[in-house]
Design a protein around this ligand. Structure first.
Ligand SMILES: Cc1ncc(COP(=O)(O)O)c(C=O)c1O
Length: 404
């Protein structure tokens, strides 16, 4: 057992927090404004300004925001909701919570839903389509909205991974009938958690305002603060130490997402999120610069960079490695090499229908998601990752691909 673990140069998705964020936390703790306080109104005003919308409803998580969006769009028991087969599983629980059935659709080459992949999934029972913008990259939500014209189908713009991104001049989160944002882990603005429901019509807003959420829980807010500090903000040291002591820090990809709490956002979470909104433009500019750097350094016939469209929030840069022969798994070799070199990277999502708890959703095959997922790796783009790190990562990638 190694008791002196080497810290990561670049741990996975470290939240981009400044002194302002830590000062906001201390202020809330010392003033006793952990659950209610003025930061909730301040965050709401940052969001409505950033998205240029009339109203936004703050809540405990992006998952709860999705549930509110579905309920406000009148999605009920027995309805079908189309979602991508390639996505995080957090989008499934809100659909089940309203009694509806998640119907999977394949993704396009950019790993997002497209009108062509959504169309075969639509039926008379389809009541909504959730369109996430994975890795910050805008999906073709306009053409998906066009597909629903004349049908009683609501489109939910899931910008959980794409805060600050835009498409043809419109901010993501403001397309379709309702939108959502998240301040959870591994997001553009990773805070202490929290979600935002963005209603797009008066009717949807009125229905959303009807759902009375429980007040945030004091001890849960403090637990979330300590776990975010230990496992995310100070991950550089905590994960290597945990790995040294327990032999593994891996989480089981087959496990169900943790149940989300059905409560309002706490003032503490809003204070952290507001501090992150203040640096949003610097955050986005830094991420876009890192994506351009990867694009300049990487790419050949065996290594494809999944492109980011104009306006992307560039959450991560996904690369796809083409195996040399069936059964060849160069992505696992590369993840191990990068981790060995101090860069904690991960593969991307396993398609939802291939995960044990969701096998019953495999009503048809999803060729693109099934073909691509095993060969994907997410490279880090956080502002704390220096351009020197990007060069080192690119050099490990090139060398490993050459040898594997
Ligand atoms: C696309 C997408 N939608 C919704 C969510 C749910 O957000 P939260 O983690 O804040 O519940 C996530 C979380 O990872 C997500 O990636």
């Amino acid at each position: 057992m190694n008791l002196l673990p080497r810290p990561y140069h670049v741990p996975l998705a470290t939240p981009f927090w400044s002194g302002k964020t830590f000062r906001a936390i201390v202020r809330c703790l010392l003033s006793g404004q952990v659950i209610v306080g003025p930061d909730l109104a301040e965050l709401k005003s940052w969001i409505t300004q950033e998205l240029d919308v009339q109203d936004a409803i703050l809540c405990g998580s992006g998952s709860l925001a999705l549930e509110l969006a579905l309920r406000s769009c009148d999605v009920k028991s027995g309805d079908e909701v189309v979602v991508p087969a390639f996505c995080c599983t957090s989008i499934i629980s809100p659909i089940l919570a309203v009694g509806a059935y998640p119907l999977l659709a394949d993704v396009g080459d950019d790993l997002n839903l497209t009108a062509a992949t959504v169309e075969p999934a639509l039926s008379k029972k389809t009541r909504a389509i959730i369109v996430p913008h994975l890795f910050g990259n805008p999906a073709e939500i306009d053409s998906i909205i066009d597909l629903t014209r004349g049908r009683d189908i609501q489109v939910i713009d899931d910008a959980a991974q794409a805060l600050g991104a835009s498409l043809d001049g419109g901010k993501l989160g403001t397309f379709g009938d309702a939108g959502i944002l998240s301040f959870g882990n591994e997001k553009v603005c990773s805070g202490l958690g929290g979600g935002v429901f963005v209603p797009r019509h008066q009717e949807v807003l009125e229905r959303g305002a009807e759902f009375a959420l429980a007040a945030a829980d004091f001890s849960a807010a403090l637990r979330r603060l300590s776990s975010t500090l230990i496992w995310h903000r100070w991950r550089r040291w905590s994960v290597p130490l945990h790995e040294a002591l327990s032999d593994s820090a891996a989480t089981d990809p087959q496990s169900l997402p943790a149940q989300y709490r059905k409560e309002s956002m706490s003032n503490l979470n809003a204070a952290v999120a507001s501090s992150l909104m203040k640096s949003l433009q610097d955050n986005l500019a830094a991420r876009r610069l890192r994506v351009r750097a990867y694009q300049g350094l990487l790419g050949n016939e065996r290594l494809i960079l999944v492109p980011h469209r104009a306006g992307s929030a560039c959450l991560t840069q996904v690369i796809r490695i083409i195996p040399k022969y069936p059964g060849h798994d160069p992505a696992s070799d590369l993840i191990a090499s990068l981790r060995g070199a101090g860069f904690e990277v991960q593969g991307s999502y396993m398609p939802i229908h291939l995960l044990a708890p969701y096998r019953q959703l495999a009503v048809r095959s999803f060729p693109r998601a099934e073909k691509m997922w095993m060969n994907l790796i997410e490279l880090p783009c956080e502002p704390d990752v220096t351009l020197e790190h990007v060069e080192q990562i690119a050099s490990v990638v090139k060398q490993t691909i050459r040898c594997s």
